[in-house]
Design a binder for this molecule. Sequence first.
Ligand code: SF4
Length: 222
Amino acid sequence: MPRSFVREARKHVGPKRERIRPIIERLALEHQDAGIALTFRSPLELLVSVMLSAQTTDVNVNRVTATLFEKYHGPEDYLAVPQEELERDIYATGFFRQKAKSLRGTMRMLIEEFDGEVPSTLDELVRLPGVARKTANVVSAELGHSEGIVVDTHVRRLSQRLGLTKQEDPVKIERDLMRLVPREDWARFPHLLIWHGRRICDARRPRCEDCVLNDLCPSSRV
Ligand code: SF4
């Protein structure tokens, strides 16, 4: 889309500060089921699922963890088997060697420094081996301690299309969103964008004619 057109469209839809609330409200109505798609029963299962979800789908992770969590209950269980056995058990999630190494390092640190419990603050979570900011953000948000906004490929694309950021780098996009999105919505906002991205605002073919945001979106083709 030509830049001049996007500039004009931005003027037409109004400033992002005025659009953010209606954007959140409409998406919340449209995607009432928006939430994390991973299946877990405890903070530890949440952490493991999110760590396994790198470079694969949530459906795939759920398929693997359905049997994994029958065998591995506490952090010590991940250390009680040889690394090769854990690798086999998570093989289908891809990058299984690195993931098994990260899981074992994380479990060791949980036992040694956190009494076997999953911490909920971002600063503590990012200390765990293999846990980057995005993983930490997802976990802390699900544990009710959002300190940031998860930026994945959908959040990035939709934030840009909706004119909420001009940045490309996920850390800078997150910073823009944290300035804009009310704090109480930090946890649900990425879920709303992710589900809207999957259902309506497709990367290649956005269905602007069916989009509840088309009058608030500078990239709308309607
Ligand atoms: S109007 Fe189109 S580009 Fe904008 S959010 Fe909706 S589907 Fe995406």
